[in-house]
Design a protein around this ligand. Structure first.
Ligand code: UDX
Length: 454
């Protein structure tokens, strides 16, 4: 099939590369000329494991352009995967979505095409996108748009850092549409993925017990709500375990054991029960805010989701409170942050806890040094005014510090020579914000080991 993808961010580029890998002819469209030039030259604009290999391997099926005219008229499926950054009052800003929908309407040829919303949009946006595409098409052609296109919602569930794995081996594919023909087109598009008939790439073998992928075929509004309900639920799980973590600290329980003990109940599940600083990233904060905003529009309170957000905010404050408790005075102290990215295996800094923590420490007069294995150049580009000294290694960042805070659970931090790090520090406080490290070993090395749960 001929496919266009508008937007070459995490979602768009990953989707495009996967569909090209599955054998479709994919054109990725982005308004940013520099980005498109870089992609044409084989450069990936962000860090995502295996994406460069996937793009290189699917090159013969993949092209990049800034021009809608190049592929929209000949596409059977058009994905909208533009950013929907947080706007005012928790509702996402939809200006890029609107521009993409208008662009599509201006170039549709008249043969039936499915326009798929992959951006996370407020519930009801499918109909709104449809009206924009329709208006643009009818204005240009002076013909009715009936039968020319249909809008579908196909939310993504990929996690940054494992985006390719999640795209090739999803738990389910959700397709929302109010039109039977649309569901059939998308079934054909995803068939190799649903039936798992493609040859797995050598760098990402198919998981052992992987069977056919369930397809959830729903109406538009349900598909849109599935996305928000899924992300909010995962966010709730994390805030819940962090709430239990606070209690564990008081009663002297070990939160990691508690999480395992409840998670092995299949009704609960072990994933997203890792206690610590809490969530960051482009989705959970934005999607929970949007869910609360939408509920508010209908006179509902969404109190559970609000509480999860509040718990997540407080976890960041607790980092500073704990340091204050230990060090008594933060003015003039030097604090080392290990990890800047919102989670390991990505250089994404959106809503990263490290940013908030650094700001709060600086406000209290502390100096902040930091290290991250991949996110430092992005940090320099995006936060030139945040007064953090970046260091080439974790060891250098910790040197002469009063305390070290492990903010992002990069695996390499587990293997550091913590004994020699301790000897190079001025103080002995180590706050393990992700419960990653071996408490006994660190205590033996002379650290005063702290976590957010005991
Ligand atoms: C998330 C969803 O998982 C994905 O389905 C959706 O489409 C986009 O949002 P992502 O933001 O890339 O993906 O990362 P994810 O792995 O879900 O982690 C989100 C945040 O939660 C991270 O900051 C992570 O550190 C934190 N987290 C995750 C925890 O604090 N504890 C956990 O147990 C799991």
């Amino acid at each position: 099939m001929n496919v266009s993808i508008i937007g070459t961010g995490y979602v768009g580029l990953t989707t495009g590369a996967c569909l090209a890998f599955l054998g479709h002819k994919v054109t990725c469209i982005d308004a940013d000329e520099r980005k498109v030039k870089a992609l044409q030259a084989g450069k990936i604009p962000f860090y995502e494991p295996h994406l460069p290999e996937l793009v290189a391997g699917a090159r013969h099926n993949l092209s990049f352009t800034t021009e809608y005219a190049q592929s929209i008229p000949t596409s059977q499926v058009i994905f909208i995967a533009v950013g929907t950054p947080p706007g005012q009052n928790g509702a996402p800003d939809l200006k890029y979505l609107e521009a993409a929908a208008r662009g599509i309407g201006e170039y549709l040829s008249g043969d039936f095409v499915v326009v798929v919303n992959k951006s996370t949009v407020p519930i009801g946006s499918g109909n709104w996108v449809e009206s924009i595409v329709r208006d643009a098409y009818e204005k240009r052609t002076s013909k009715k748009a009936n039968g020319v296109f249909a809008v579908a919602s196909n939310p993504e569930f990929l996690r940054e850092g494992s985006a390719i794995f999640d795209s090739l081996y999803p738990d389910r594919v959700v397709v929302g549409s109010d039109n039977q023909r649309t569901a059939e087109v998308l079934y054909s598009l995803y068939r190799p993925l649903l039936e798992q008939t493609f040859i797995a790439p050598s760098y990402l073998p198919r998981p052992d017990r992987m069977g056919a992928v369930p397809l959830i075929s729903a109406d538009l509004a349900s598909a849109e709500l599935i996305k928000y309900a899924a992300n909010a639920f995962l966010a709730l799980k994390i805030s819940y375990i962090n709430e239990i973590g606070q209690l564990a600290e008081k009663v002297g329980a070990d939160i990691t054991q508690v999480a395992k003990g409840i998670g092995l109940d299949a009704r609960i599940g072990t994933r997203f029960l890792q206690a610590g600083i809490g969530w960051g990233g482009s989705c959970f904060g934005k999607d929970t805010a949007a869910l609360v905003a939408t509920a508010g529009e209908y006179g509902l309170d969404a109190g559970i989701v609000k509480a999860a957000r509040e718990m997540n905010r407080r976890q960041r404050e607790r980092v500073v409170d704990k340091l204050l408790d230990e060090l008594k005075i933060l003015k003039g102290r030097t604090i080392c942050l290990l990890g800047l990215a919102f989670k390991p295996d990505t250089d994404d800094l959106r809503e990263a806890p490290a940013l908030d923590i650094a700001r709060k420490l600086i406000e209290r007069g502390a100096r902040v040094k930091a290290h991250d294995p991949v996110a430092m150049s992005r940090f320099l580009q995006e936060y030139p005014d945040l007064d953090v000294t970046l260091c080439a290694s974790a060891e250098e960042a910790a040197q002469d510090c009063d305390a070290v805070v492990l903010v992002t659970e990069w695996q390499q931090y587990r293997e550091l020579d913590w004994e020699s790090i301790k000897n190079s520090m001025r103080g002995q406080v180590l706050l393990d914000g992700r419960n990653l490290l071996d408490r006994a070993r660190l205590a033996k090395a002379g650290f005063r080991y702290l976590s957010l749960a005991g």
